[in-house]
Design a binder for this molecule. Structure first.
Ligand code: FEO
Length: 385
């Protein structure tokens, strides 16, 4: 396995996780990569590593360019183990290498790996490598408190770690070699499922990065940006601004199709008001794909019948996942059918309200909705939106 040249003397030396399908609850249907980058200069520098089980793949790629024991500096832009997992092995192979990280990284890395030869860098600090330099920009909470960017002004490359990444396993490294639509879809899914809670920090980071001349964004997952740099920055700015479209999600599970019939009645209401409604059964859609849709949706309606005094576990799992990702400023509605207790509708309503959403009046139907009841739901919701 070989290193891939990004610019003269700068290489991608990461690992490809072809079989990854679950990234802490996120369906990674296309796998992923952990991107590590090697700079050959007076100081041989490695930026980030890979998950522990891909360490040998990374070492093989580094070895195609240089003996890994000659690495002088390792930059750890992020403590999370998909990027730091091979640090202990690298520290053994290159025992003289100094590991540079953020002040929070200096606290977090020993809590994962014990003693490592670490030095914390400051925001804005510059590191001379020889012909090139690296500047560090601390980017806390994009994605953990320890995140930072490393920027190489001579090459106009931003090593952005998690920001601007996508979970795609591929041997292609640049946008022009792969489908741009898929890259953008995966970047959107990545933002919705990883970065969404930190919109305010993303805004600050984009402001901090705005004076930098950037020709290449080299993230820690997926494809490297070099022909659509401005486009992905613009998309991040839009997503971080929490702008929604005239789109309504109707997310539900159903036992005997009554809640599904109610979902269809809601669909008609949104259609009547010229929204783009989406029916998203939790039996057929992954919660992480629903989050991608929610990134730009104005409304979220969530339906569950009552099972044993509770909402269905699929609905509960979705609401827990969504609440953690903390979308802001949505309008919401709870609905569902029930037999006798009807607790699920109140539970869904409370969960949606706890997200801070603007609530519409909840809808419930006992057992099976009649055509008249469904028409009334459509009319009521049409009038409410
Ligand atoms: Fe790709 Fe937050 O790690």
């Amino acid at each position: 396995m070989k290193a891939i040249t990004i610019q003269d003397g700068i290489y991608w030396v990461g690992g490809i996780d072809w079989n990854l399908r679950n990234f802490h609850g996120y369906l990674t249907q296309r796998g992923s990569t952990y991107n590590a980058y090697l700079i050959i200069d007076e100081k041989v520098t490695l930026i980030d590593t890979v998950k522990y089980y891909l360490a040998d793949e990374m070492l093989e790629r580094i070895s195609s360019v240089i003996d890994p024991s000659r690495i002088d500096i390792i930059i750890s832009n992020h403590v999370e183990m998909d990027h730091s997992g091979a640090l202990p092995k690298m520290a053994e192979i290159a025992p003289n290498a100094e590991i540079l990280t953020s002040p929070n990284g200096e606290k977090g890395l020993p809590l994962h790996y014990g003693h490592l030869k670490l030095r914390a860098v400051k925001n804005g600090e510059t590191l001379p490598l020889g012909k090139r330099t690296l500047q560090f920009v601390l980017t806390p909470m994009v994605h953990w408190p320890d995140n930072m960017f490393a920027y190489c002004p001579e090459e106009k490359i931003l090593f952005s770690n998690d920001a601007f990444g996508q979970h795609i396993a591929t041997s292609e490294r640049f946008e022009e070699e792969y489908s741009l639509d898929i890259i953008m879809d995966e970047a959107k899914k990545y933002y919705a499922n990883i970065v969404l809670p930190y919109g305010a920090q993303v805004k600050k980071t984009l402001e901090a990065a705005s004076p930098l001349a950037i020709d290449i964004i080299a993230p820690s997952h997926g494809i490297i940006w070099r022909t659509h740099v401005k486009d992905i920055i613009r998309e991040y700015d839009k997503w971080a601004s929490n702008k929604t479209e005239k789109k309504a999600l109707i997310v539900y599970d159903t036992m005997w199709k009554s809640t599904e019939m109610m979902a269809m009645a809601l669909y008609r209401a949104f259609e009547a008001k010229e929204y783009h409604p989406k029916l998203l059964s939790l039996q057929h859609n992954h919660i992480s794909d629903i989050m991608t849709e929610l990134l730009t949706a104005e409304y979220i309606c969530v339906g569950s019948p009552t099972l044993n005094n509770n909402m269905l576990p699929t609905v509960s799992a979705f609401l827990t996942y969504m609440k953690g990702l903390a979308p802001k400023g949505r309008k919401a509605l709870a609905f569902g059918s029930y037999g006798w207790g009807g607790q699920s509708i109140k539970q869904v309503e409370e969960m949606l309200a706890s997200c801070g959403f603007e609530m519409l009046e909840s809808l419930k139907v006992q057992y099976v909705p009649t055509a008249k009841a469904l028409a009334e739901i459509t009319e009521k919701v049409t009038n409410a939106i």
